[in-house]
Structures are given as C-alpha cells and as structure tokens.
Design a protein around this ligand. Sequence first.
Ligand code: GLN
Length: 539
Amino acid sequence: MDTKYIFVTGGVVSSLGKGIISSSLACLLKARGYKVTIQKFDPYINIDPGTLNPYEHGECYVTVDGHEADLDLGHYERFTNIQTTRANNVTTGRIYQSVIDKERRGDYLGKTVQIVPHITDEIKRNVKLLGNTGNFDFIITEIGGTVGDIESLPYLESVRQLRWELGQNSLCIHLTYVPYIAAAKELKTKPTQHSVKKLQEVGIQPDILVLRTEKDIPVDMRRKIALFCNVAPDSVIQSVDVPSIYKVPLKMHEQHLDEIVLRKTGMPVEGEPHMAPWLQFLDKMDAATETVTIGLVGKYVELQDAYKSINESLFQAATYADRRLKLVYIHSEKLNDANVDERLRDMDGVIIAPGFGQRGIEGKFTALKWCREHDVPTFGICLGMQCMVIEFARNVLGLEEANSTEMNPTTPYNVIDLMEEQKSISNMGGTMRLGAYDCTLAPDSKAAEAYGKTEISERHRHRFEFNDDYRARFEQAGMRCVGENPKTHLVEVVELPDHRWFVGTQYHPEYSSTVLSPNPLFLSFVKAAVAYKDERAKS
Ligand code: GLN
C-alpha cells in the first residue's frame, strides 16, 4: 500500500492536546495492525529544544538515537510503544539551517533562495523522510503552533502542496476549541468557524474536525459546525475532558475516528482494533482505590510539564501496582533541616529529580540525608543520582566539601566530574552524552532484580559522571556501583544494598516507560514504596 499521510493542525488556542489526539489515533491504527509513526514539526527557530529551559517548553524528551526532542514525542512513545528518532522532530531552525547550508554549498547556484519553494520544499522533504523508508503505513504529522501564527505559515503552505500531490493518500485533521461561556450557559462554535476559515484561507480544507470541549456538544451543534466548515457531519468529533489522557483513544474510537481515517484514505474498514491490553490497564486504573504517595523533589515544581515523563512513568507503575498515584511536588529550594521531616514523613517513596545548575541543589542533599537515615525508598535520577553520591561523600565518607564540578569547579573532592571528552566542548546545543547506552548490572543488585536481566539499555542526557577515582572508597563504605557501561566502564547505577530501596541512575529510565511496557525500575520503586507504606500501616 502507499504510505498515508495524516496532518494534524490546531486552532483557536494552544495546549489543546494535538499530541494526545495524534497519539490516540496512532494507538488505534497500531492496534489495527498498521505500522505507524508520528512526527512533530515545531515552528520555532531553535535547532532543537535542548537549550530551552523547562519554563519555556516543559520537559526535554530524549530519543534512543540521542535527539533532544519536544515532549510530545514522549506521548507518542507512551501511547504506541514505537521508538521515535531525530527524524520524528523537526524545527524551523533545522529547516533553515539545512537550506542555508545548501545555499553556501552552491546547490541553488544562480537562484534567489526563498520561503516558497525552497523552505517549503525542505519541509516537504522532511515530512516524507520517514514515509520514504517504506517502513510505515501511516505517518501522522503534527504541526506545532496555532493556525494563524506567522511562524506556522510555511508549514501550512507545505501541507497544502502535499495534500495536492498526495490526494487520497493524505488527510487533514484540525483540532479546535469550543468554549463554554458560563454566564450565558452556552457552548460557542464561532471560534471554530473562524479557525477553519483561517485554514481555508491558506488553501487547506480539513477532512476531520476534533472539537476540544469541557461540556458535551449537542448533535445539532456539531451538524451546524459541519455545515459551516464543509466537513461531513460524521467527521466532526468531540473530545470532552476526561480524567486520564489514556482514555482518549477509547473516546476517539467510540466516535469512529480510526474508521473515518481508514475510509477517507481508501483503506478497507474491517474488524476492530485489538485494544485488550490497553483496556486492562484502564481497568486497573479505574479499580485502584488505595493510594501510594510519592514525593518528587525538584526545582521546577510549579510546572507540571517539567517532569512529564517521570510523572507518567510513576503513574503507569502505580497503576500496575493497583494503586492510585498521589504525587507530591516538593520544592527543593524551600527544603531545609528545619522542615524536611514535616515535608517528607508522609511519603511512601521519594524521587530526586534530574536537573542542571546550582539552584535548589542543597535541598536535594537535605532530602537525601533524611531519606537515607530514615530508610525510605528513594530513587535518584541523573542529577538526583549525582546528588546521592555527593551526599554520601559528604556525610558518610566525611568529605565535607565534596561536590560536582558543575556546582563547584574547585571542589577538593570532585566525586562527580566532567567526562574527559566533554572538557574541550564549548557549544551548548546537542553536545551532552545523549541517547541510549548499554549498561551491565551486577547480578545481585536491586536494579538487576527489577529488570530481570543484567544487560540493559537506557537513555542519557548529561555532561557529568561519577568520578571513578573514588569508586573503591564508596564501595567500602556501602554505596555500591552496580551498573556500568560495558565499553567505557562509566558508572550508571549506584545502590545502598542495606537499604529498603535506595537506587540512583545516571540514565533517565522515565524516557522508556510506556503504557503497555512500563519501565521495570519504576515498577520496582513503586512496589517498594507500597511495601513500605503497608509496613508502616501495620506498626
Ligand atoms: N547536570 C547534570 C549533568 O549535566 C545532570 C543532568 C540531568 O539531570 N539530566 O551531568
């Protein structure tokens, strides 16, 4: 079959959840046996989101091949179990960089280089890259931003041209917002009409509308929208707020989104998507009544999206442990010896978050000392693992000013230090240790027990490393280095074996946790937290 291209655009306001709708559709198509991938085109000029701080754009997600990506790629993977790569996330910056490189090379010699056709051709080339591999039946392309933005224009022009070239092998889904005006007690369709007009102005007729709404949209109102927007009435779908994003695929299936997509792209519509494992997960989620309380110690606590993948991994693990996740954000900057007991004593488990820079770091040490001394299940991720090492050095090895050279370049005890190959790098973009690396685990470790094997591969995003010169001293004092890279011998996992569950990973296990294949280390951590809770309830 020809590869089918589905474009997803958004209108009226941002944050409508285009990523969730794209992921839900991919989930359904995959459950019908199709090979699917999702890609995101972001209209900003940064080459990638790696240099953006989380306040700007939420978490930076990392793909197996080491691309620093938009957090929507995390949704794509969690909903579909597919692995995305650099090719699945393209920004305006990358498009321009490539066009400008070609211009300097002389590829356009003699020609004036313009947005149309040169930028749009480059966008189209990138849209079709994954399709051209022949590995996919459906390519879902999410266009970032909102219709009407100046930034999105070249992308929409490219979509217009592609629709023309691809004919029935392409489709456009437009997501809009239907607000409820409380004072008038009315749902309003006008913003949707305007947004579709905007899309039509640039030459794109949407085939399917997905209307985000807080209230049920009556059938006659949906008919009215269909009429005004030139869309078939059965292709106007509503997406009412649901308690969990993982229910959206079902909501979309109830309204036949997958069937409509198949029909409109000329594919046979037969049978039902195989959603049994997904439904089992949702059943567990709905059935869980007892909670497990996890404290997340970090500095971006005001911002839900900053730790997106950790939240989702915890949620998935809690669901599989038949518990409702109660996630408590603990601001590392506000944590000190005076309040740590009060802030942490109700936690069944504590996560020390990843991060960069000095801010909030002392609070992480305070939390870790308390957790270590109280033997609370504790999980340190990346910077969180580095903090475990530093806290242990200071308070157990007695190396008072131990630090990472990231925080104090002149520390006398550089237990966390820059990797040799990082020392000469001055560029900030894409220069960390990024992507999936192998790790060998000690057979008798908690980590190996969790994974059920000793050879694993997980994703990284950091510059600094455990300093091997100190390894023997840590091991003698009870902190074991139980995971290392088989080639470089860099330390990837540390543990306190005499504790209930005290594990730190230099890698980010949260990037590989999906609904149907939750990360083993998160499962093991949450199980330990549940056991700790039960233990305390008994005593
Ligand atoms: N700042 C630390 C480093 O660069 C940790 C990074 C992280 O937590 N992702 O090594």
